[in-house]
Design a protein around this ligand. Structure first.
Ligand SMILES: NC(=O)C1=CN([C@@H]2O[C@H](COP(=O)(O)OP(=O)(O)OC[C@H]3O[C@@H](n4cnc5c(N)ncnc54)[C@H](O)[C@@H]3O)[C@@H](O)[C@H]2O)C=CC1
Ligand SMILES: O=C(CO)COP(=O)(O)O
Length: 362
């Protein structure tokens, strides 16, 4: 990061629904804070909208008419179609793209960014690692680009954040020198930040809750009520906690009570895209991919792919039966089970077999 009087330059890598909502916040904060350069670059994956480039539309109208229509971005946020041009001078890179694109983006940026830069990932998802496990997106960024990467996850449905409705978020950052700067560029009167040092657990919460939200959409589609959805949320939370306990020991139980944990689980299971498309999947019998294309106008679902990535690891470790909700969501999305099998899959959940309160090693 730039030190002393030098102003930090920010690049937002991504310009989808959440990328555009966060650009509104980051642009305003960069313009008002003395230790940031006013101009914020926003990398836009170029596409044509009614014969005109999306970057040109954003720079002329200050609105991302495709991914966040109806909201003005600050004029100091500049849309840039070339990834390296957008990122090369940045001291802070804010990664906010659907997780399936992160490896390509990192390989394009390799050797082309400031070696002193830092990253903040807002990306909810995993990737498949060599050897049968999963990789955290922040770890991929750090490993590929050789820069530190903190994470931001929370109960933050983009359209509500863009409307400036009050909410909280969680930044996971172990580096005490970087944390205040990350908080300052993000926090506003209506978007309150809590910083914790439990980086991995924060990120895992953000990824796993999307699988649970798909399960919540299934029960909505099947016509079950709020009690059933509450059971899905609770069992999902218990699987999230167990996942972190088993695969990322040393994390803190308290992290699940931050915005990135139980709060994001609730908001996504009621108001998110994963829930909405999963409900339509049950009601129409059409494929997830078809519904994603038709219902989301270019926005991307993260839950079904995350369920696949997690299952890849659970199956390799022979642990699918320890995570029946995650496993059922994966199998239903793949068509190996019917949506109506969902409740049967979680009816005898390990959480129902406990005799006493569990001893959590977190
Ligand atoms: N939308 C929301 O309410 C929230 C989303 N998130 C997370 O933020 C991340 C980004 O989500 P959104 O900004 O909503 O994206 P989005 O779901 O709106 O995705 C569309 C974006 O992907 C881009 N894209 C399409 N093909 C591409 C390619 N081949 N390479 C690179 N980019 C491509 C599009 O240009 C567009 O900018 C995800 O991990 C999501 O889970 C987190 C909190 C809230
Ligand atoms: O992560 C989100 C809210 O915090 C958005 O969830 P969806 O991708 O399901 O809309």
């Amino acid at each position: 990061m730039a030190e002393g009087q030098i102003k930090n330059r920010v690049c937002i890598v991504g310009s989808g629904n959440w990328g555009s909502a966060i650009a509104k916040i980051v642009g305003r904060n960069a313009a008002r804070l003395p230790n940031f350069e006013d101009r914020v670059t926003m990398w836009v994956y170029e596409e044509m909208i009614e014969g005109k480039k999306l970057t040109e539309i954003i720079n002329e109208t200050h609105e991302n008419v495709k991914y966040l229509p109806g909201h003005k971005l600050p004029a100091n946020v500049v849309a840039v179609p070339e990834l390296v041009d957008a990122a090369k001078d940045a001291d802070l890179l804010i990664f906010v793209v659907p997780h399936q694109f992160v490896r390509t983006i990192c390989s394009t940026l390799l050797g082309k960014i400031k070696p002193t830069a830092a990253a903040l990932s807002l990306i909810k998802g995993f990737d498949i690692a060599e050897g049968g496990g999963i990789d955290l997106i922040s770890h991929i960024i750090t490993r590929c680009l050789k820069i530190p990467c903190a994470v931001l996850m929370g109960a933050n449905i983009a359209s509500e954040v863009a409307e400036e409705k009050f909410c909280e978020t969680t930044i996971g950052c172990r580096d005490v020198m970087l944390a205040p700067m990350m908080r300052d560029i993000i926090q506003t009167e209506y978007f309150r930040v809590v910083v914790v040092d439990d980086e991995d657990a924060v990120e895992i919460c953000g990824a796993l809750k999307n699988i649970v939200a798909v399960g919540a959409g299934f029960v909505d589609g099947l016509g079950f009520g709020d009690n059933t959805k509450a059971a899905v949320i609770r069992l999902g939370l218990m699987e999230m906690i167990k996942f972190v306990d088993v695969f990322y020991p040393g994390s803190k139980l308290s992290t699940f009570f931050e915005s990135c944990g139980v709060a994001d689980l609730i908001t996504t299971c009621y108001g998110g895209r994963n829930r909405r498309v999963a409900e339509a999947f049950v009601k129409t019998g059409r494929s997830i991919k078809e519904l994603e294309d038709e219902m989301l106008n270019g926005q991307k679902l993260q839950g079904p792919i995350t369920a696949e990535e997690v299952n890849h690891m659970l199956a390799n470790k022979n642990m699918e039966n320890k995570f029946p909700l995650f496993t059922a969501v994966f199998r239903i999305c793949r068509g190996e089970l019917k949506p109506s099998d969902f409740i049967d899959c979680i009816r005898s959940h390990p959480e129902h077999m406990k005799q006493m309160a569990p001893k959590c090693s977190l």
